[in-house]
Write a protein that binds this ligand. Structure first.
Ligand code: ATP
Length: 269
C-alpha cells in the first residue's frame, strides 16, 4: 500500500483524488455510491445536481465529517485518513452551506479563526497580515470591526470566504457559496475564488455561472456521478435533461458571438 501511495506523489498526480467512494450517515442507505473524481492543482470543479443528490455529503466526506464505507480519498497521493486533523485542516477549508458563526464576533475575529490550524507556525504579526489580506481580497476592509450580526447575508457570505482564504488551504470546498448573493455579487465572489488560484470544488445551483468559473463539472444524481466533463460537454441536454428535467441550448451571444448556454426551465405545480 505504501509503495502505491508513494508512486502517486509525482507532480503529474492529481492534488485530490476520490476513488470509488461510498458513504452515508449512520444507519442510512449510502448517500454517495462509488464516486470517483480528481481535482488538479489550481483547478475549479463545479458540482451540480438536484436537491438531495449528495453534493454536500461529497464535501463532508472530503473533510472527513462523514466516514467512507468503501473507496479512498487521496491528497497528493496520500490517504486523507492518514493525516492528523490539524494537517487536514491546514490543507482543506470548507465554507459550509449553513455555517452558523457566532454573530458576536467581529469580521476580523471570525476571519482569524481560519488561522487556527497554523497557530503555532506563524507570529501574531504574520497571522494578522494574512487575515488582513483575506479581508481586503474579499472586499470587506471597511467592515473589519463590524459584528457579524450586523452584516447582510451577502457580506456574511464574503466573510466566510475570507475565513476560508485565511486558512490558506490547498483545496477549497464551497457549498453553495453564492446563496444570498445578488447576480453581480455571485459573479464577483466566483471571480475572487478563481483569481485566488486555489484548487476548488464548489457546489453550485446556478448553471449559468459555471462556464466562466469551472474547468470541469461533476453531475450527481441519487448519490452517483453521472457525468464529469468540461462545462461545454457536460452542460448539454443529453446530460442535463435526465437529471434536472430541463433542456440546454447553445446559442450565439448577441453581442460577442461567443457560444452561450441557456437552460429551459418551466414552472411546474
Ligand atoms: N445525517 C443524515 N441522516 C440521514 N439522511 C441524511 C443525512 N445527511 C444527509 N442526508 C440525506 O442525504 C441526501 C443527500 O443530502 P445532501 O445534503 O448531500 O444533498 P445535496 O445534494 O447537497 O442537497 P441540496 O441541494 O438540497 O443542498 C438527502 O436525501 C439527505 O436528506
Amino acid at each position: 500500500m505504501s509503495n502505491d501511495i508513494t508512486s502517486q506523489s509525482s507532480l503529474s498526480a492529481p492534488l485530490l483524488e476520490l476513488r470509488g467512494i461510498t458513504a452515508g450517515a449512520h444507519g442510512c442507505a449510502a448517500l454517495l455510491r462509488g464516486v470517483s473524481l480528481t481535482l488538479n492543482h489550481h483547478q475549479c470543479l463545479a458540482v451540480i445536481g438536484p436537491n438531495g443528490s449528495g453534493k454536500s455529503t461529497l464535501l463532508r466526506a472530503v473533510i472527513g465529517e462523514i466516514g467512507l464505507a468503501s473507496g479512498h480519498i487521496l491528497l497528493d497521493g496520500r490517504p486523507l485518513g492518514s493525516l492528523s486533523r490539524q494537517a487536514r485542516a491546514r490543507s482543506i477549508a470548507l465554507l459550509a452551506q449553513n455555517d452558523m458563526p457566532d454573530l458576536r464576533l467581529t469580521v476580523a475575529e471570525y476571519v482569524g479563526l481560519g488561522r487556527l490550524p497554523h497557530y503555532a507556525d506563524f507570529s501574531a504579526r504574520q497571522h494578522e497580515e494574512i487575515v488582513d489580506q483575506a479581508i481586503d481580497d474579499t472586499g470587506l476592509p471597511t467592515l473589519r470591526r463590524r459584528l457579524l450580526g450586523t452584516l447582510s447575508g451577502g457580506e456574511l457570505q464574503r466573510a466566510g470566504l475570507a475565513r476560508a482564504f485565511a486558512q490558506t488551504p490547498r483545496v477549497l470546498l464551497l457549498d453553495e457559496p453564492t446563496n444570498h448573493l445578488d447576480p453581480l455579487a455571485r459573479a464577483q465572489l466566483l471571480g475572487l475564488v478563481r483569481a485566488r488560484g486555489i484548487a476548488t470544488i464548489a457546489v453550485l445551483h446556478d448553471l449559468t455561472l459555471i462556464e466562466s468559473f469551472a474547468g470541469r463539472v461533476a453531475v450527481l444524481q441519487h448519490g452517483r456521478l453521472v457525468c464529469c466533463d468540461t462545462p461545454e460537454r457536460a452542460l448539454v441536454s443529453s446530460c442535463i435533461e435526465p437529471v434536472f428535467g430541463m433542456r440546454s441550448f447553445t446559442v450565439s451571444h448577441p453581442a460577442t458571438g461567443q457560444p452561450l448556454k441557456i437552460f429551459e426551465a418551466s414552472l411546474r405545480a
